[in-house]
Write a protein that binds this ligand. Structure first.
Ligand SMILES: Nc1ncnc2c1ncn2[C@@H]1O[C@H](COP(=O)(O)OP(=O)(O)OP(=O)(O)O)[C@@H](O)[C@H]1O
Length: 235
């Protein structure tokens, strides 16, 4: 991890039509860091990720990534500057094979993983490389959605509930993959309901409540925070 701030979000407000959902979100992620956003359902975690990448356009505040202002850029620039968003619904194209899905997004930098490296990290995707997207299990879809971003050479992954609905053994596998990516220097911002999973991989945490970041702390402070987290999140 370095001291350089890669992603900086300041006073972010966001709306779905007339519904004001985010009320001044502040957060930052340093290069090489894994940060988890915790919070109960409906508190604005997904909306924060969607606002950062620009899928949600009705927003104010400042969002900068690696020194580039993202606020006034078109959506496709987000990927080009090096942010890979893996949404909760994963977005696998059902009529395409695993390998076709993998090759779909354009490469944005030459620091991305090769297809061979990706298959080493995800041997099950190699086995299933000719299978159609629809034939994949939830865990395989999640792995493919992550793998697809790694090939492009993004500097940072934004993951929305990567373990949702997956069996414990697959959750463990995804945890191992994220540890490998961390060791390679990947920067990760994660929204996660599975607190046990998050507490094993995150370096730092934010807590969201009613469209605001209400707390932020390092892994070392986690034991002292447990009682509050128990009250706020029920963990
Ligand atoms: N497409 C939408 N249109 C209108 N309101 C929405 C839309 N998506 C989410 N919301 C509302 O925005 C608020 C924040 O939702 P968001 O999905 O960001 O919460 P979350 O913290 O990610 O929780 P969850 O785990 O339930 O996704 C909720 O009140 C939700 O009802």
């Amino acid at each position: 991890m370095t001291d350089k701030t890669l992603l900086s979000v300041r006073d972010l407000n966001a709306w779905y039509d007339e519904s004001h959902i985010l009320h001044g979100v502040n957060l930052e992620v340093r290069e090489g860091e894994t940060v988890t956003i915790l919070g109960r359902n409906g508190m604005g975690k997904t909306t924060t990720l969607r606002s950062i990448v620009g899928i949600l356009r009705k927003r104010t505040g400042t969002i900068s990534f690696d020194g580039t202002d993202l606020m006034n850029r078109p959506l496709h620039h987000t990927a080009r500057v090096g942010i890979g968003f893996v949404p909760e619904e994963r977005g696998i194209f059902s009529t395409l094979s695993v390998e076709e899905n993998l090759m779909l997004p354009p490469v944005v930098s030459d620091t991305g993983m090769t297809v061979e490296e990706i298959y080493q990290l995800f041997p099950n995707l190699k086995e299933r490389r000719n299978s159609q997207g629809t034939k994949l299990s939830g865990g395989e879809q999640q792995m493919l959605a992550m793998a697809r971003m790694l090939r492009t050479g993004v500097k940072m992954l934004l993951l929305d509930e990567p373990t949702e609905g997956l069996a414990p053994v697959i959750v463990q596998r995804i945890g191992e993959v994220l540890q490998t990516l961390k060791a390679r220097g990947m920067t990760i911002l994660l929204v996660e309901q599975n607190f046990r999973f998050a507490s094993k991989i995150a370096d730092r945490f934010y807590v969201m409540d009613h469209g605001k970041v209400t707390d932020g702390f390092d892994l070392a402070e986690l034991p002292a925070k447990m009682e509050t987290l128990h009250e706020v999140l029920g963990v």
